[in-house]
Design a protein around this ligand. Structure first.
Ligand SMILES: C[S@@+](CC[C@H](N)C(=O)[O-])C[C@H]1O[C@@H](n2cnc3c(N)ncnc32)[C@H](O)[C@@H]1O
Length: 418
């Protein structure tokens, strides 16, 4: 296939990255913005390492599940590739990723996928990662390092949208070079702003951060520059995550929190339900600030929780202490967990998954139950192969729609000794 010549094709599926997989007479092309079954026209934009990518020029025969996206920047931004699809099609697409990850593995055929929808399809995100380049503050465009400003991001909770406006207003003219900005909700309606600068910054930015922190929606600001040892801070930079039932989890600025509070509440319940920790010895890896840890510690006989971010581990310990709960929270690499005999293993790794852990011969086989929370069905698939080869079978599969409008989901898989 060459240059800008148009070609027609039919969308076979949507891939894990959210792009449509289009079958054309010249081969398969990945194209953003199309849905399964649609007949489309496209131009080829690149072909690297055997993967051809294209640009959608026309939808010749639209899917009945296609609708107008509720965000005017949807096509330009690329962060919400499924926003053009009905919620039932979004669910079917995401379930297909989880089904594919388990295909052919022991237990998979006998296990139905359970599904937890989000109560909010828009305005659900409690945190956002922005970037800046020069005076442009926005999202990194899909498949690109380019930063694009967005009028208003409709998946963010309202305080985050207000916080983004304030960040733009106060900081845009003082930022130098490039960097990342994390916005995170704290309490019910305020924001902590965490800036990571790749380049040296000048005095006006420090003054602008001070001014930003005085805006009512901003609780605190941190600024990390490459050469400074400690971040500069303004206001209250710890984050308080409000949980259902009135409790809070506290953590430092920038620490991980699940993106969607309503779906996270269901995820926490399900992790504890599937782990069945009562009276057992539990090992929890990637515990963060204790999102699952507090529920597990309330029932387990013993709990060892592992986290490699010392600030998050300290916050986890504090969240347990405030509830009168006990666990050993170890700062370290989850791929080299503390030696011991465990009945249950709970893990929630980042996208890279848990290959190094599952390849060890002193972890699996061992626990009678493994409860695996995954944000990436590609690495989940690889890790499930490893675990089932060591004598486990799948017995529960739950998909959580943590990120409506995107192609991401959170998956929960329970493995039991076969
Ligand atoms: C997906 S988050 C999950 C956190 C927590 N389970 C929650 O629900 O909020 C993954 C966590 O693992 C931590 N982490 C990443 N790599 C790690 C490693 N090799 N060893 C231990 N912890 C790690 C991160 O700092 C982060 O807190």
């Amino acid at each position: 296939m060459s240059g800008k010549r148009s070609v027609e094709g039919v969308v076979r599926a949507v891939g894990r990255g959210g792009d449509a997989v289009v079958e054309t007479p010249n081969g398969v092309v990945l194209v953003p913005g199309a849905l399964p079954g649609e007949r489309v026209e496209l131009t080829l934009t690149s072909s690297k390492r055997g993967v051809a990518r294209g640009h959608l020029t026309r939808v010749l025969q639209p899917s009945e599940e296609r609708h107008e996206p509720p965000c005017s920047d949807a096509a330009r931004c690329g962060g919400c590739p499924l926003m053009i699809a009905s919620s039932s099609l979004q669910r079917d697409i995401k379930q297909s990723f989880l089904r594919e990850a388990c295909r052919g593995l022991p237990g998979a055929n006998d296990t139905q996928i359970e599904w937890v929808a989000s109560t909010r399809e828009l305005a659900y995100r409690r945190r956002a990662r922005l970037a800046w380049h020069g005076d442009i503050i926005g999202y990194r465009q899909l498949h690109s390092k380019r930063v694009i400003d967005i009028g208003e991001c409709s998946v963010l909770m309202k305080p985050l949208r207000q916080g983004w406006d304030e960040v733009r207003d106060c900081l845009a003219s003082s930022l130098r070079g490039s960097g990342d900005i994390q916005l995170q909700l704290t309490g019910a309606d305020r924001i902590v702003v965490d800036l990571h600068a790749e380049d040296d910054q000048t005095a006006p930015l420090f003054e602008a951060c001070d001014a930003l922190c005085k805006r009512p929606v901003i609780a605190g600001v941190t600024l990390r520059t490459r050469n400074a040892g400690r971040p500069a801070t303004w206001g209250t930079t710890d984050v308080a995550i409000q949980l259902e039932g009135g409790n809070t989890l506290e953590g430092p600025a920038g620490a991980f929190s699940q993106a969607n509070d309503g779906v996270n509440a269901r995820l926490v319940d399900a992790v504890v339900e599937l782990a069945e920790p009562a009276g057992l010895r539990v090992l929890e890896l990637h515990c963060g600030i204790g999102n699952f840890t507090v529920g597990l510690a309330a029932q387990a006989k013993t709990l060892v929780a592992v986290e490699n971010d010392p600030r998050a581990a300290e916050a986890c310990q504090g969240n347990l202490r405030r509830r009168g709960l006990r666990a050993r929270v170890a700062v370290g690499d989850a791929n080299q967990p503390p030696k011991g005999r465990y009945d249950v293993l709970v893990l929630d790794p980042p996208r890279q998954g848990a290959r190094a852990l599952f390849e060890r011969n002193d972890v699996l086989p061992g626990p009678k139950r493994v409860v695996y929370v995954s944000c990436d069905t590609a690495t989940l698939a690889r890790d499930l192969q490893l675990a089932t080869a060591k004598g486990y079978r799948i017995d529960r599969l739950i998909g959580f729609d943590m990120f409506p409008q995107t192609a991401h989901l959170e998956s929960l898989v329970r493995l039991v000794r076969a």
